[in-house]
Write a protein of this length. Sequence first.
Length: 209
Amino acid sequence: MPGFVHIVDDDASFRTAVERRLAKAGYGVASYASAEHLLDRFPSDSVLGCILLDVRMLEMSGPELQERLSELGSTLPIIFLTAHPDIATVVRALKAGAEDFLTKPVSSDELLRAIEQAIAGHSSTYREKTRLDIVRTHIATLTPRERQVFELVIRGQTNKHVARALGCTERTIKAHRHSLMEKMQVQSLAELVSAAERVGVLSAAGQTA
């Protein structure tokens, strides 16, 4: 699977060697001498890829960059590389969502296999993120009243109960319901509930019940 690999390592000779290896394998490649350098040129996660990240670097370590990227909402998977692995660092990085943890020197086969798996995972993650963004965009188009109807309907309330709760007629609720279903681009209540659940609206509505 083609993709773009971002190499973050303060060892220039290592970066050069890996760049050549990946370019030969058909990947797009960008390299950075520090975590700060990558943050200055923050990569878009709309391009399928991954980050090869050294654990030990000056100023900002690999795990610190991982945390910063997470805060910024990056979905690019991270493969850690280190010549000095320790269990605590490995566990912490994996718990924080790292895709893999490789020990230098790493063979071409092992590296390419890890990158292929990471990019395949990113493809799935990005597709799901796109779907969720579309649902959130649809929700944002609802009027305040439609949003109220939406949150009651997805909790299983009938038109009669919604009308009573909002102090209006069932006919009005039916009109709002029809409109919000069109805006949400769903054909059934099941689809509406599923969309609400995926973006966390259903659980939030339940907490305010």
